[in-house]
Design a protein around this ligand. Structure first.
Ligand code: SAM
Length: 345
């Protein structure tokens, strides 16, 4: 029986390059070899040492501001294998839906993008990389006859993977009016889930008032935030409870970017991302967007001092993002990434 290395050489003989993921698929699906993924990777790295394959870096771009990095990886955001267990502070993502099957609404886009449906493995991976208590935020499309069963399946898969329901908040698309005459077309649901009991980001005002009173400072008329600031200034403990930083609203109301201002058909407003990130993360923490499109989440993150890692599979979209960031003086510079190379024959 052929070895892993020979099988790969045979299969990819006519190709310029292949990725680790593709190699795994070939070994698992095309050859009859019964091997585990770590063995496949080990043989590939052995092949690199022997000079059979050469590493080539894939497109990774970085923009930095105030000590925070925003990374854009031109690659598959479903492959989270480069991240260690319990290493990420939040995932905020908007997976690609087949807009053509979402009947109604304004679907006059010419550039479509690649779509897929989540599997259980997607949620297991999200769960694995998130820190305990951290939030997974999933944008869901407006519910329709074509997708409501899938939307239910998404929730079930998330639950089966261990996520807990935290909240569902609608994104009301301002005064945009779609042509279906159905109100639901003007909003998307945003699902907030947590890995186990939600982390403690909510100010415990009762305990904080007690702390202030015991320090002989009168808390009357002060907001929770002001009380927190006084406690911090006086080196007194600030108390938190499980939950988001503040009570989530019933709805986020933001207009989608106008046609002139957007570079992607599903582009979300930057302000919406900022608001969500402030609810579920602290400054200098790390957020992932697995399917970043316009990367407006990256811009948002840099403006509020969050680190962000974004994936986008489509090279044309990545090029549009690079130009758009350049126009905003947020240059995305190409960098080499060692962890996840492509393989060149
Ligand atoms: C719904 S759009 C995201 C829009 C984004 N939230 C914004 O504000 O612009 C989904 C994006 O995921 C990309 N995509 C599809 N499959 C992907 C994959 N496996 N990995 C990374 N990106 C993918 C699509 O090309 C598309 O640009």
């Amino acid at each position: 029986m052929a070895s892993i290395q020979v099988s790969l050489l045979d299969y990819f003989n006519d190709c310029e390059s292949f990725t680790l993921k593709e190699a795994e698929r070939v070994i698992k699906d095309v050859t009859a070899l019964d091997v585990k993924i770590p063995s496949i990777r080990a043989r590939i790295y052995e092949g690199i040492d022997k000079g059979l394959f050469t590493k080539v870096a894939r497109g990774v771009y970085k923009s930095s501001k105030n000590g925070c990095d925003c990374l854009l990886i031109n690659g598959d955001g479903r492959d989270l294998s480069m991240f260690a267990d319990n290493s990420i502070d939040a995932i905020i993502t908007d997976h690609p839906y087949d807009l053509a099957t979402n009947k109604g609404g304004n679907r006059d886009f010419t550039n479509s993008y690649s779509c897929f449906q989540y599997s259980e493995r997607d949620f297991q991976e999200k769960f694995r990389v998130l820190k305990q208590g951290s939030f997974l935020v999933e944008f869901l499309p407006e519910e329709s006859g074509g997708n409501w069963e899938y939307l239910t399946r998404i929730k079930n898969m998330a639950k089966e993977s261990g996520f807990l329901y935290y909240a569902k908040v609608s994104w009301i698309k301002g005064n945009q009016v779609n042509n279906t005459g159905r109100k639901a077309s003007n909003c998307e649901d945003i699902l907030f889930l947590s890995k186990g009991k939600a982390r403690e980001l909510r100010l415990d005002t009762k305990k904080n008032i007690k702390e202030l009173t015991e320090a002989n400072i009168n808390p009357r008329g002060l907001s929770s935030e002001e009380i927190k600031n006084i406690l911090t200034k006086n080196n007194l403990p600030v108390h938190y409870m499980s939950g988001t930083n503040g009570m989530l609203p019933t709805a986020f109301v933001y207009n989608p970017p106008s046609k002139q201002d957007r570079i992607h058909q599903s582009q979300k407003p930057k302000e919406l991302y900022k608001e969500i990130e402030k609810y579920i993360t602290l400054e200098f923490e790390r957020v992932i967007d697995q399917f970043a499109g316009s990367c407006s989440i990256g811009e948002a993150s840099l403006e509020i001092n969050r680190n962000c890692i974004m994936f986008e599979i489509n090279k044309d979209i990545v090029n549009d993002v690079i130009s758009s960031f350049e126009n905003k003086n947020l240059n995305l510079k190409k960098i080499e990434l060692n962890e996840e190379p492509g393989m060149e024959l």
